[in-house]
Design a protein around this ligand. Structure first.
Ligand code: OGA
Ligand code: MN
Length: 215
């Protein structure tokens, strides 16, 4: 009996969600995707975040590059924990499996040349925010795509604050785009072009944020 090359076939199949994301990024510089991860994965990632936060593993996020880092509460107030793929737990492995699948797709269909990635958990305590910024500023110009996945509770309400605002540009006219951090929602945008901010948070806000990077 001849074994069919199932995995090879599947990996070359068109993925409608990924195609939509690629189209969105190409046409407007960002994409909002629902269902990138399963609900079970989102719930498990949220539980993992909460446990690690309770174990005091999060640190106040800094600004600037690794050599020149300062904690500036007037600019950003979130707490973060970097996720090491080599040390990933079962849930984090599921997360990276999806991410790697997506990166392979981007590199195969769009020649994006993504070589590296980095991801951290983020927790915004009530009252915190992240002022308007660009993800490559003073930091890392290899960052190509910013990736945010929200891990908030199922009953997250717009009144909880913490909106992501992207400052889009249409022929010199600035158009702010407000995005609510509903659980499971994934936002992907061009790191080098799109200024954005996180509005003040009124209820603890949970996410994973990361970057897909070129050489
Ligand atoms: C960041 C960031 C956006 C968000 O961490 O650089 O802009 O919605 N996050 O959490
Ligand atoms: Mn950012």
């Amino acid at each position: 009996m001849v074994e069919p090359l199932i995995s090879a076939e599947i990996s070359c199949e068109e993925n409608p969600l990924y195609e939509q994301i690629i189209f969105d990024i190409g046409s407007k510089g960002f994409s909002i995707a629902e269902g990138f991860f399963t609900n079970e994965t989102i719930v498990a990632l949220r539980d993992a975040l909460v446990l690690k936060h309770e174990a005091n593993r999060f640190k106040k996020a800094a600004i600037g590059n690794h050599l020149n880092e300062t904690v500036e509460k007037s600019i950003r107030g979130d707490k973060i924990l970097w996720i090491d793929e080599q040390q990933a737990n079962t849930t984090e492995c599921l997360f990276f499996e999806q991410i790697n699948h997506f990166v392979q797709y981007l590199n195969r269909t769009c020649f994006m040349g993504i070589m590296y990635k980095e991801f951290h958990y983020a927790l915004y305590p009530t009252g915190t925010f992240y002022k308007r910024h660009i993800d490559t500023f003073m930091n890392d110009d290899r960052r190509k795509l910013s990736f945010v996945c929200y891990l908030n509770d199922e009953d997250w309400q717009p009144e909880n604050g913490g909106e992501l605002v992207l400052y889009l540009n249409d022929d010199g006219i600035e158009i702010p785009k407000t995005i609510y951090p509903f659980p499971g929602r994934v936002v992907i945008f061009e790191s080098q072009r799109i200024e954005h901010e996180v509005k003040p948070v009124h209820t603890e806000r949970l996410s994973i944020t990361g970057w897909l990077k070129t050489r």
